[in-house]
Ligand binder design. Structure first.
Ligand SMILES: O=P(O)(O)OC[C@H]1O[C@@H](O)[C@H](O)[C@@H](O)[C@@H]1O
Length: 245
């Protein structure tokens, strides 16, 4: 292991955004809860079964926006028409619900701002100081704005986010394609790259992409699940990894 707490063969680090770099996983989760609960109440009445943390973790966290909608609704046996990406938020389609959630998310971000995890920023700076290359790999189409809002855009050599994935037609997490594309863009083999993720879908992507090391970042007390989904190590904050001097 190096003093970054990584195996010696690692030449590049691939960081997820929401919940790893910024404290935005909880904001996404809250916006999804409001969206789905409103939808379920309209559909099933006041006795509806609410969307909860376990639903977020299993069906939505880490996945591209529309995939999260489809996956959660399928878990409740609900099928909606796809609609189109520019559907207005009030339209009851996959994209309409996704856009409703995005509107809520952006309102919350505008009102409360975004904070970064200082431990992650310090770790990324140490990684770069050691000459390793860095990428941000996020399903979020809001990734660039969120990074910019915490002044972290320049910490990454490569960005593969929801916008880039759509342009390059890359399937999102839990498939490994966005991480593999970032490793390729950085000029390293997957075995030479470490993945840093807080979502179970991201763990699955790390495992199926055969990356050299998968770091599970546990912000919500799900370390056993992160391990079960392929984490080589689980930390509560990147500060816990190695000495980094
Ligand atoms: O809706 P966005 O900003 O494109 O984000 C897509 C997904 O991005 C992931 O990072 C979040 O974990 C999910 O909650 C979110 O749905």
């Amino acid at each position: 292991m190096t003093d970054l707490g990584l195996p010696k063969q690692i030449l590049a680090c691939l960081f997820d955004l929401d919940g790893v770099i910024t404290k935005t996983a909880v904001v996404h989760a809250a916006a999804w809860k409001r969206t789905f609960d409103e939808f379920l109440r309209e559909r099933d009445g006041d006795g509806f079964r609410p969307f909860d943390d376990a639903d977020y973790s299993a069906y939505v966290d880490g996945m591209p926006r529309a995939d999260g909608v489809r996956s959660f609704l399928a878990s409740r046996g609900i099928h909606l028409p796809e609609g189109t990406p520019d559907d207005p938020p009030e339209r009851t389609t996959v994209h309409g619900l996704g856009n409703r959630k995005n509107q809520l998310l952006l309102d919350m971000i505008r009102t409360d701002g975004v904070e970064a995890y200082d431990g992650t920023l310090r770790y990324i700076e140490a990684v770069r100081a050691h000459g390793l290359r860095t990428a941000v790999v996020s399903s979020s189409a809001n990734c660039r704005d969120v990074l910019r809002s915490v002044g972290a855009e320049d910490l990454f050599d490569v960005r593969v986010d929801g916008v880039v994935a759509a342009e390059r037609r890359l399937p999102g997490k839990p498939r490994p394609d966005t991480f593999l594309a970032a490793a390729k863009d950085l000029g390293v083999d997957p075995s030479e790259a470490a993945v840093f993720e807080d979502a179970l879908a991201g763990m699955d992507a790390g495992r199926s992409g055969h990356f050299g090391y998968v770091v599970g970042v546990d912000r919500v007390g799900q370390s056993a699940a992160l391990r079960a989904h392929g984490a080589d190590v689980v930390v509560r904050d990147l500060d816990e990894l190695g000495e980094r001097t």
